[in-house]
Design a protein around this ligand. Structure first.
Ligand code: ADP
Length: 893
């Protein structure tokens, strides 16, 4: 019986070998590397950290419990490798182009360098991977205890050994994972050691399988018979579980931080993927080849109740094959250690980069930028993170008691990590995916996974029994295993269906509803179109290339002519010839400011920075963004114009409507006023004519008086009708003007005498002949009509004791102004605006006319191309008539 001491010695020797290999590989890599270090073989083997102790030991246990279902764990990655290698290639290309250091980094940089997303993914990864690390610690401890059981003298204590194992692994990860800060984050030592471990675990599993089939079972045929006889032969396919677990394994293969580390971050050459695409599935096939035979033979040979998870170890031991058992132990040990080391490294990078460093930087403030030891801080942060992560693993192991079946914990971790998938795949292929969309999807999926899978699995200590049975707050639709009333599903299937569906849905809906910011758009373009521009490390070789690219970009944004002028002027300023200036900082600053006017400061800065900074962004991408911005700008301009047009039309409609309403009101009041005006004289004519007709003994005197009243009223009626007719002709625009030449003084002479003929008042008219001595060409009769009205009004309404009217004529600037100002009390301010309306009378008692005079004046002046206004601020009534006059006509005659 192998003593525990021998085992420990072998174990230490093996670890020492790993150290040596890792150390040597690091040395070789530091000296420039050798071909085999960067071979596709090492890459493919390093991918085998997918096969952890869970697959090494657990697959046999899984097969013993649920038949062929364990195949799904291998099927998922195989499908990804064979069917989605182009997607992986894109991932690897982006990882290199963007110098991505972890999956959190990838997601955050895709969505506009969002630190929030990075923190979210990091937390998710830590929570999802911790149980997995605990699982590895458990399997190592378990395998130790198997040997300890066989060696009663050992005094082996499980609890202590977990801590020792964890500490040892942490030291390894710290030594080789955080030795230096490489910009590419490549760790040749670790990868080479992992590749070596991959070979050891494969050989160990194959050896046990060969021993079981040919050494124990007696050849292939009898093994087949045993399999048929065992319960494995009668397995039944649960389609839902198969599909779900295959999907989970595929998703985890892409999203697990440690897989991302070896597949993307540690990748040396994208072409390695081509080989890995068939070599890795082959490796998986070999790993799974003997799982079923070992399970079937183990179930038959081993005593009832023995743990099938450890058949790989216990079968050789029970047969006294200590050497084989030792090899098997090393296989399991390799699986566990490689996984833990790489996972701890990957997680520590995420934790230190996205959680510790931001906190440290904000705590340090500007001092951090000056002190040169940021690198030291980063490395220390990573070392501490590795320690903390391992401690978390140990804590989880202690809390969970290490009892749960291996497969169950692994699947729970897979389902958690799979929540990253929508944001990852969406980010690779969909430019419309936004930061908020990714955040929404990720948090929703994470919450559902936590509630429907992880918390219930942790036992009643975390989530009370009542919640699991009756749902949260007693709401049946919130049962962790029967969300929204869909009960009876397998918990894994249930969780994956709900979390992934709602995660993807939230991601899409929120992405569609939100707009990406400039950095997001730029990053999105670089991710989605990564193949269009990153054909190897191209770089900007000369300044001419940069200037040319800047020129092309500026033309897109500023327009060809403006850009050419700007560049030519800059070139001249620099004393050069042609139109391409050197990309000096001053020029770049000015260009950036100029571009910022069109696309905003952030985008301009990013665009110029991307071209001049020499990063792998393609000019096409910048153009795409520029075009997009231009389209957006154009579109928003169009929208603006349309909305301005709309509001203009609306305003016009409103005005038209108001006018119509006003007109209709005017028409009504006009009709009622006209009938009122007509009725008054009509009534008196009727009354007096009746008296004349019916009264026979009228005195002659009376008869004459009555007849003259009738005559006056008839005259008034005639005047009124004439005015109305005149007004309607003027308003309808059908009036024909009789333009002729004449002297203004003569027109005024005529107007004064006509207006004052028969007047009883003694209105004194004051005129200055010098202003009036000019010739003008207009409809002089109509003009006289206006003057007559104004003079007659002054005669009628001027209430001064000695009424006076001043007529002042001025001309200049092509306009002739004639003011009629009397010394009466004028028209009160509130009535001034309406005196030009029809039937507008200011004081009823002095009613001279029907109130049509000024309305007619206004119409006439409009027809003549001039205007008539009331002059505010004069002492008496004051009207101003203006008339446009040709310069020649104004010349004094
Ligand atoms: P009417 O035909 O009744 O004279 P107008 O349209 O010519 O009507 O004048 C309208 C009103 O303006 C008059 O009723 C009168 O009250 C007022 N008005 C016109 N001219 C003067 C003035 N020079 N001084 C004071 N009130 C005036």
């Amino acid at each position: 019986m192998a003593s525990l001491n021998l085992l420990l010695t072998v174990c230490f020797a093996y670890v020492a070998l790993l150290f040596a290999v890792a150390f040597a590989a690091d040395r070789v890599a530091a000296r420039g590397g050798s071909a085999w270090l960067r071979s596709p073989l090492v890459y493919t083997l390093s991918l085998s950290i997918y096969c952890t102790a869970w697959t090494f030991y657990g697959a046999v246990g899984y097969a013993a419990r649920s038949g062929l279902e364990f195949v799904t764990i291998y099927l998922g990655p195989t499908l990804v490798m064979v069917g989605w290698w182009w997607g992986l290639r894109k991932l690897v290309r982006i990882g290199r182009a963007q110098r991505v250091t972890s999956i959190a980094d990838l997601i955050s940089s895709r969505y506009g360098k969002s630190n929030m997303l990075a923190i979210g993914v990091t937390i998710l990864a830590v929570i999802g991977v911790t149980p997995y690390i605990a699982l590895q610690l458990q399997s190592i401890t378990l395998s130790f205890s198997i040997f300890a059981d066989a060696d009663p003298t050992s005094g082996f204590r499980e609890g202590a050994s977990v801590i020792w194992v964890a500490a040892g692994l942490a030291v390894f990860a710290i030594l080789f994972g955080t030795r230096n800060l490489d910009a590419n984050e490549r760790h040749h030592g670790v990868v080479t050691a992992v590749a070596l471990e991959a070979i050891v675990k494969l050989i160990a599993l194959l050896a046990v399988g060969i021993f079981v089939v040919w050494g124990l079972s007696g050849g292939l045929a009898s093994t087949m018979a045993r399999i048929d006889a065992s319960q494995i032969g009668t397995w039944q396919v649960d389609g839902g579980r198969w599909a779900t677990i295959t999907f989970l394994a595929a998703a985890a293969f892409v999203c697990l931080p440690r897989m991302f580390q070896v597949m993307v971050v540690e990748n040396e050459d994208e072409r390695h993927l081509q080989i890995a695409a068939w070599a890795f599935p082959l490796y998986l096939l070999l790993m799974s080849l003997f799982v079923v035979p070992i399970a079937a033979v183990g179930l038959e040979l081993m005593p009832a109740g023995s743990n099938p998870d450890l058949f790989v170890l216990t079968i050789p031991l029970s047969q006294g094959r200590e050497g084989l058992a030792m090899l098997s132990f090393l296989g399991g040990f390799s699986s566990a250690t490689s996984m833990v080391i790489v996972a701890a490294m990957a997680l520590s990078t995420m934790v230190s980069n996205h959680i510790v460093m931001p906190i440290w930087l904000s705590w340090q403030g500007s001092a951090a930028a000056q002190s040169g030891d940021v690198r030291k801080i980063v490395l220390s942060a990573r070392r501490v993170s590795i320690g903390v992560i391992m401690a978390l693993g140990v804590a989880y192991y202690e809390v969970s008691g290490g009892g749960a079946a291996l497969a169950a914990i692994g699947l729970i971790a897979f389902a958690g990590i799979a929540q990253i998938l929508p944001a990852l795949v969406g980010g690779l292929f969909w430019r419309g995916a936004t930061r908020l969309g990714a955040l929404a999807g990720l948090s929703l999926g994470f919450a559902i996974w936590l509630y429907t899978l992880l918390l219930p699995a942790l036992g009643s200590g975390v989530l009370p029994e009542a919640v699991v049975e009756q749902g949260l707050f007693g709401w049946a639709w919130l049962k962790p295993y029967g969300l929204f009333g869909i009960a009876g599903l397998d918990p894994i299937v249930h969780c994956v269906v709900w979390s992934m569906t709602l995660n993807a849905l939230a991601f899409c809906v929120v992405s569609l509803a939100t707009l990406p910011n400039p950095v997001e758009r730029l990053q999105g373009a670089q991710y989605v179109n990564v193949f269009d521009h990153s054909a190897g490390p191209r770089g900007w070789t000369g300044s001419v290339a940069q200037s040319e690219d800047l020129m092309v970009m500026s033309q897109r944004i500023l327009g060809a002519q403006d850009a050419l002028t700007l560049f030519a002027r800059e070139a001249e300023l620099q004393g050069g010839h042609g139109y391409l200036p050197e990309p000096t900082p001053e020029f770049l600053n000015r260009l950036e400011r100029k571009l910022a006017g069109s696309v905003g400061a952030a985008t301009a800065h990013a665009m110029v920075g991307q071209i001049v900074g020499g990063s792998a962004v393609s000019v096409q991408d910048l153009m795409a963004v520029a075009d997009e911005s231009a389209q957006l700008l154009e579109y928003s301009n169009k929208l603006e114009a349309q909305s301005a047009e709309l509001s203009r039309t609306a305003r016009q409609l409103r005005e038209a409507n108001e006018k119509l309403t006003q007109l209709s009101v005017q028409k009504d009041s006009f009709l009622s006023q006209v009938s009122h005006e007509l009725r008054t004289p009509m009534t008196s004519i009727r009354a007096f004519s009746e008296i004349l007709r019916d009264t026979h003994d009228l005195k002659k005197e009376e008869m004459r008086r009555y007849a003259s009243v009738i005559h006056d009223e008839a005259l008034r009626l005639t005047r009124l009708l004439n005015d109305l007719l005149d007004l309607s002709v003027l308003e309808s625009g059908q009036v024909s003007l009789n333009m002729r030449e004449g002297r203004l003084a003569e027109v005024l002479d005529h107007a004064v005498s006509a207006a004052l003929a028969g007047s009883t008042q003694r209105l004194q008219v004051i005129r200055r002949s010098e202003g009036e001595a000019l010739q003008l060409c207009s409809d002089l009769d109509r003009l006289a009509q206006v003057f007559i009205n104004l003079i007659a009004n002054a005669d009628k309404y001027c209430d001064a004791a000695a009424p006076q009217l001043t007529i002042a004529v001025r001309s200049g600037g092509g306009v002739l102004t004639i003011d009629f100002i009397d010394n009466g009390s004028g028209i009160p301010a509130e009535a001034q605006s309406m005196v030009f309306e029809k039937f507008a009378r200011v004081s009823a008692e002095k009613a001279g006319g029907a109130g049509l005079g000024l309305a007619i004046c206004r119409e006439i002046m409009e027809r003549l191309g001039g205007s008539i206004t009331y002059l505010n601020g004069r002492r008496g009534g004051a009207f101003r008539v203006t008339l446009p006059v040709e310069g020649a006509a104004l010349a004094a005659q």
